[in-house]
Design a protein around this ligand. Sequence first.
Ligand code: ATP
Length: 371
Amino acid sequence: MSGLEMRGRDVRLEGVSITYPNGFTAVQPTDLTVEAGEFFSILGPSGCGKTTILRTVSGFVEPSAGRVLIGGEDQAGIGPNARPTALIFQNLALFPLMPVWENVAFGLEARGMGKKARRQRAQELLELVALGDQGEKLPSELSGGQRQRVAIARALAVEPAVLLLDEPLSALDLKLRQHMRAELRDIQKKTGVTFIYITHDQGEALTMSDRIAVMNNGVVEQVGTGDEIYSAPQSAFAASFVGEVNAMAGRIVATEGHLARIETASGQLVGRNAKGLGVGDQAILFVRPEQMVFGDPGNSFTARLKRRDLEGAFVTYEFATAEGQSLTLHQTNSGAPSPVAEEARIGFASESAVILPEGPLARTGQELAAQ
Ligand code: ATP
């Protein structure tokens, strides 16, 4: 990578809100810092405002209020071509009649770079994305994943400090998508360029990102590492959008230290009071399926087994309580036959559950995948 000199810069949104000319506010006032050289994902359902934020960073949309700073420089009035950013969409738009290397070098001619230097730069970039021997081919002679890597090489050719990726893998099939996750992560780490990656796929966000912003309805609800968001969600939406979860709604009846007791349809349950809720507040208790166990570790119910699915490394049980609450339990597959009784006592430890203010829940991953 001798000739390539890439360096990420930080991106800051200060009080940025975005209202479109028709009066619709797609992004509520938002403060967000993406560190230099970070792989940062913005995760949320369709229509929540992710792309709008990306357009504002790239300069295609001016914020209605607030400031966008890249490397500490206010970007107000700076057009997309003059910003240190490059953008990759899901539709690649490679030039079909140009060999791969010319596709990669396309933006460099306008910058006054001669043909030999362009060829050299394209070769370095193609090596970076593991396509060093494919430069003379036409895009149609490459696989979908290879074409995606050409698009990444092309975006990196202008040595952006920030690469903005808008659902770049969504047109690929599942296997390729999973493979490309690792590739993208690898390329990001090798170049040190700041990546801001837009996705509605929590699996993508969790596997690739240093940090994630969970967004819903124009609001960034939580920013953190995947681990932080998964194990310590800060909103009902974040808890239900990232990973599978059991949710039980009710009202707080007591608090003690960092714990709270909530009265639900299935009885009183205790969990971590993550947001300092008080007695009388409407709330939802969340517990992950792998935190549910057979027996009574503090909170428990008798529930009827509806189905048992062997998933290989683990087993998934679907239960229903007498009150009609459905609960999912994951257990590591020990190889021993699992209990098959119609009724079982199942529960969770108070420390493994989190109680959050009542709020909208995300639709399930399956519904999202079916979009
Ligand atoms: P998706 O994943 O479907 O691309 P998104 O989270 O990226 O969704 P945006 O494209 O940012 O969402 O759109 C956010 C909201 O703003 C949506 O309700 C959308 O209909 C609206 N919107 C987007 N562009 C415009 C526009 N030019 N004028 C008015 N409203 C717009």
